[in-house]
Design a protein around this ligand. Structure first.
Ligand SMILES: O=C(O)C(=O)CO
Length: 330
């Protein structure tokens, strides 16, 4: 009967709470705009819900969007992805089903740039080793030969000056760093002036000149293993690599080699492949490495803003209004 049917558009999420579920705190907000169903509820009542689901909210890679799911949702209009990275989605497949895709780039840029800067500072000043020293029972405390690097005046090379890269540049400017950046195309001329960044057309130039290299590109076939043997060899032996993009942007075996043999000085990574690394992975044995568990944009504020941005985008698609963050298959 029509009275039993949900009056709000039906939004499918993987689950609520738990390891892979939408944060419970966000559910009241989502429920203002949608009739929310979980994957479990959907699978239990496919006959009831299949034709009603208008949108899916992919919360950190769940649910997995495959052909079978797309086939079972004939009136699906839009898939909203939390965060900015879409490498876990088959964009071509989704568009074949006439479904639009949106992400939430505004919501994540400050928090992810903070993570990049935090890693840069932590690696430069050996914060993790420092912490381990401070809490260790049998350590001589004031080791005068245990010096870090100064960030002010050092050169930061940003590979991938998109929204997040630009936020990193703003932070680096406040630290008096010299900023270089590389994009495939120079399309940030106004912003270059604001932060005082220099464009390197060739990635090689940036690698040779930078004291810190930060990876902020999205993972695409073009950026897969962008940093490999040749690129490590171009970097200064004193350089520190920071990765806040995706693990696969770096050839990880080559990175282990570069870190072990002193081709570069250190690395700080919020992303690896796989995540997490197997416990016996050589990267976990190295002292000149900091690894964080994809903290990226994980702040209370960002998580709320992500959901706000996703909701705005979904509602815009459903009502045929323009929206800010459509992702096209190419
Ligand atoms: O936005 C993303 O895709 C991220 O990984 C941020 O942590």
């Amino acid at each position: 009967c029509s009275r039993c049917e949900p009056r709000l558009p039906v939004l499918l999420v993987y689950e609520v709470g738990g390891i892979s579920g939408v944060l419970e705190a966000l559910v009241p907000f989502l429920k203002k705009y949608f009739h929310l169903i979980t994957m479990k509820e959907f699978l239990e009542s496919k006959d009831r819900f299949a034709a009603q689901v208008k949108a899916v909210y992919v919360w950190w890679q769940r649910p997995i969007i495959d052909r079978e799911l797309l086939k079972s949702l004939p009136n699906l209009k839009v898939i909203a992805n939390s965060g900015v990275g879409m490498d876990h989605l088959d964009l071509k497949l989704i568009s074949e089903f006439g479904v639009r895709m949106v992400n939430t780039p505004q919501a994540v840029c400050n928090s992810t740039a903070d993570t990049g800067m935090a890693l840069l500072l932590a690696a430069a000043r050996r914060l993790v080793e420092g912490h381990q020293t401070a809490v260790s029972p049998d350590t001589k405390y004031f080791l005068s030969n245990w010096l870090g690097e100064e960030v002010s005046g050092a050169t930061l090379g940003i590979i991938g000056m998109g929204r997040i890269g630009y936020k990193v540049a703003q932070r680096a400017k406040a630290f008096d760093m010299k900023i270089l950046y590389h994009n495939r195309n120079r399309r940030r001329k106004d912003e270059e002036l604001v932060v005082g960044a220099y464009y390197c057309e060739k990635i090689e130039d940036l690698l040779q000149q930078s004291d810190f290299v930060m990876l902020v590109v999205t993972l695409t076939p073009q950026t897969y293993k962008l940093i490999g043997k040749k690129e490590f060899e171009l970097m200064k032996p004193t350089a520190i690599l920071i990765n806040i993009s995706r693990g696969q942007v770096v050839d990880q075996d080559m990175m282990v080699e570069a870190l072990k043999t002193g081709i570069i000085k250190g690395a700080a990574m919020d992303v690896t492949y796989p995540e997490p690394l197997p416990r016996d992975h050589p990267l976990l044995q190295l002292k000149n490495v900091i690894i964080t568990p994809h903290l990226g944009c994980k702040t209370h504020r960002s998580y709320f803003m992500i959901t706000e941005e996703a909701v705005q985008n979904i509602l815009a698609v459903l009502s045929g209004l323009p929206m800010s963050s459509e992702v096209l298959p190419d």
